[in-house]
Write a protein that binds this ligand. Structure first.
Ligand code: ATP
Ligand code: MG
Length: 345
């Protein structure tokens, strides 16, 4: 069952710009749903994250909401338009930056932008003005007239982002906008996304494997796994729902760990290495002094001590029983580019 830690999510958003109810996709020939009766609302101007491992159903969800893929059951509305009935209305007002590269490598960045502007019937003069501004925004002015095949991975992703912006969308869908990018380039992409939200009040729906990305950007997040929403809330609410800080103690003598397992303030004992004890305390800041006094009274000598505040990693582990990081793709970004090259030859 979907768990909701946010009061806001529980109460349902007033006048949501995106509203999803029991949306389901079973691919042809499959029996198991790729997306299994998911429901959520997105408020205007919000950055909404879908966080989950490979195969969780993030892209399938995005593809149904952007009307690229039909749904099997359920309903969804984007800016009041039904995805099953008014796909053309939706396509006009949304921007999509898909997980796979879409830019034509034989064209320049500028030519790609103008080509896409023609699908939206944007007059050439306006398209040129917008394209130049967008290229400047993502620092691609110098490379604007170079063939995309000469672009680095980061340059391609920046171009894909602005291709999604050429029609000045009300709602932007970003499917894994920083997958495979290095840390610096990822930070640059985050800044662009923050700017779009702040300066243009754009509603953004973002999928990611990266917990830190969701933490940095999203106002609300749904954790998805095996096609279902496991939990929804703001990153802060999700972290707060874990109730407690993790304290790891390392001991001079292995057997001393045993003495502290039953200490009164311990909410939970977590698996840890021999000679260490990992415990959850409700609030390490206020409870550690008493714990230290207890340690000294018992004549225990500590080798190490560390305190860990809850992170989204832990939220994922708590609600799915698995670690998200272990499932992150090695370098799918490169694979995607290579596949694209192969297709062209
Ligand atoms: N065209 C298709 N036909 C059949 N099954 C599909 C198809 N596309 C995706 N699937 C399956 O649906 C499930 C959800 O896939 P989806 O691509 O939506 O996940 P995802 O969360 O976006 O994963 P990733 O993080 O790898 O991008 C997976 O089990 C996948 O194998
Ligand atoms: Mg995907």
């Amino acid at each position: 069952m979907t768990e909701v830690v946010s009061e806001k999510a529980d109460m349902q958003v007033k006048d949501p710009i995106i509203s999803v109810r029991s949306l389901t996709k079973v691919y042809k020939g499959e029996t198991k749903p790729a997306v299994d009766a998911i429901s959520f609302d997105i408020a205007e101007g919000e950055v909404y994250g879908l966080l989950g491992p490979n195969g969780a159903g993030k892209t399938t969800t995005i593809n149904m909401l952007t009307t690229r893929l039909s749904s099997t059951e359920g309903q969804a509305f984007v800016a009041g338009h039904d995805i099953n009935k008014h796909s053309m209305n939706i396509r006009k007002i949304i921007g999509v930056v898909p997980q796979d590269m879409t830019a034509d490598e034989d064209l320049s960045g500028l030519e790609n932008l103008i080509l896409v502007s023609q699908f939206y019937d944007i007059p050439k003069k306006i398209a040129m003005e917008r394209a130049e501004k967008l290229l400047e925004m993502v620092d691609l002015t110098e490379a604007a007239r170079k063939q995309v095949r000469e672009y680095s991975g980061g340059m391609r992703k920046r171009l894909e982002l602005i291709i999604g912006l050429i029609n000045e969308p009300k709602v932007l869908f970003l499917d894994e906008p920083t997958l495979g990018l290095d840390v610096q380039t990822r930070a640059v992409m985050w800044d662009y996304i923050k700017t779009l939200r702040k300066d243009f009040n754009m509603t953004i729906i973002l999928t990611s494997h990266y917990l830190e990305e969701i933490d940095a950007l999203a106002d609300m997040v749904s954790i998805v796994d095996h096609g279902k929403i496991i939990i929804t809330g703001s990153p802060a609410e999700l972290k707060a729902s874990l109730k407690g800080d993790i304290v790891t103690l390392g001991f001079q003598k292995d057997q001393d760990a045993e003495q502290l397992r039953s200490y009164q303030g311990v909410l939970e004992v977590l698996p840890s290495l021999p000679g260490t004890l990992k415990i959850r305390l409700e609030n390490a800041d206020s409870e550690l002094p008493a714990l230290m006094n207890y340690v000294f009274e018992k004549g225990i000598t500590l080798k190490t001590l560390s305190v860990q505040k809850p992170s989204l990693d832990e939220v994922f582990l708590r609600y799915t029983g698995r670690c998200l990081r272990e499932e992150a793709p090695a370098d799918r970004f490169k694979t995607m580019i290579n596949m694209r090259r192969m297709r062209r030859t």
